[in-house]
Design a binder for this molecule. Structure first.
Ligand code: LER
Ligand code: MN
Length: 292
């Protein structure tokens, strides 16, 4: 029996806002990138073990941060994922920056081209896993050689090419605004909306950690972005699992329900105090927030 017909009436019974109940899905992050050690990912290194643990804890999906497309492909994860009934929520491209120093706004045309090529290969292998690719830190930033507006034009050119590339798979690419200490290209959802305007295969990734730093009002920004939001990084104010910081989560969930968001809440958080506890805290917060 499918769980959906069971969960919908249950969720309606529990909430006075039943007209607005929308189911979202849970995901947890896995990093395979040594150079990103200490970064905001729950599981590290052993993909098959992470998939098994995520399944045991009740997650719907795993979000993977690989060093490159070939490494991910050669892990042959499709069977392990299917055996555990787990999906891939998204595949990150951040290693293009942290490991290979590639960015879409680079002053050097050759580096920009290599950045586009790197993301193309991740879009390809993500599509094989039925998942979208994420562009976060590879958006890049201005430098002494490239003014902010020029960097923005380079970035937009790259996004146009990648939107066309994703179109062949009928998949989307997730563009992620980051806080001011990581980029000067798109810090808010409004700036992200502006950058992806008119690109049919681009959606926004709303990372609650970055939004807590940059947005005047997180819930209102979510409402303005509406259907352009394709993914959410579910993190608290201090980038710990939700519930371990001071972010007010209920208005955020209410805004996501209002816009009819049915995608993932994916925990891109520190593996603290350890992976199992960060994952369990995330799952507890997810269930509390969604009343499921
Ligand atoms: C990537 O999803 C992100 O949020 C950046 O802060 C990379 O660390
Ligand atoms: Mn993020």
């Amino acid at each position: 029996m499918s769980t959906v017909p069971f969960l919908v009436p249950l969720a309606r019974f529990r909430s006075p806002l039943f007209e607005r109940i929308v189911l979202m899905k849970s995901a947890i992050t896995l990093s395979l990138v040594d150079e990103a050690r200490g970064g905001p990912f729950v599981f590290w290194g052993d993909a098959k073990n992470a998939i098994s643990q995520a399944h045991q804890m009740g997650f719907d999906a795993i979000e993977i941060f690989p060093p490159d497309a070939d490494t991910l492909r050669h892990l042959f994860l499709a069977k392990t994922l299917a055996d555990h009934g787990l999906s891939v929520a998204a595949v990150g491209t951040g290693a293009g920056w942290v490991k290979h120093r590639l960015q879409l706004a680079d002053e050097d045309e050759i580096v920009r081209q290599r950045a586009i090529d790197f993301i193309r290969t991740i879009i390809d292998c993500a599509a094989e896993l039925d998942a979208p690719a994420i562009i976060g830190s590879m958006q890049g930033r201005s430098s002494h050689a490239v003014k902010c507006e020029t960097a923005n034009a380079y970035l937009r050119e790259g996004l146009e090419i990648l939107s066309r590339h994703a179109n062949q798979y009928e998949t989307v690419v997730l563009f992620e605004p980051l806080n001011r200490y990581e980029t000067d290209q798109a810090n808010t959802l409004d700036q992200g909306l502006n950058l992806i305007d008119g690109l049919p295969n681009l959606r926004l990734l709303a990372d609650l950690f970055h939004m807590n730093i940059e947005e005047a009002n997180i819930a209102n920004s979510i409402r303005r972005a509406g259907k352009a939001i394709g993914h959410v990084h579910f993190a608290d104010s201090n980038r710990m699992a939700v519930g371990l910081g001071h972010l007010d989560i209920p208005p955020v969930i209410a805004a996501l329900q209002e816009i009819g968001y049915t995608g993932y809440l994916s925990a891109e958080v520190f593996s603290k105090p350890d992976a199992a506890k960060a994952a369990q805290q995330t799952m507890d917060s997810f269930r509390t927030a969604l009343n499921v």
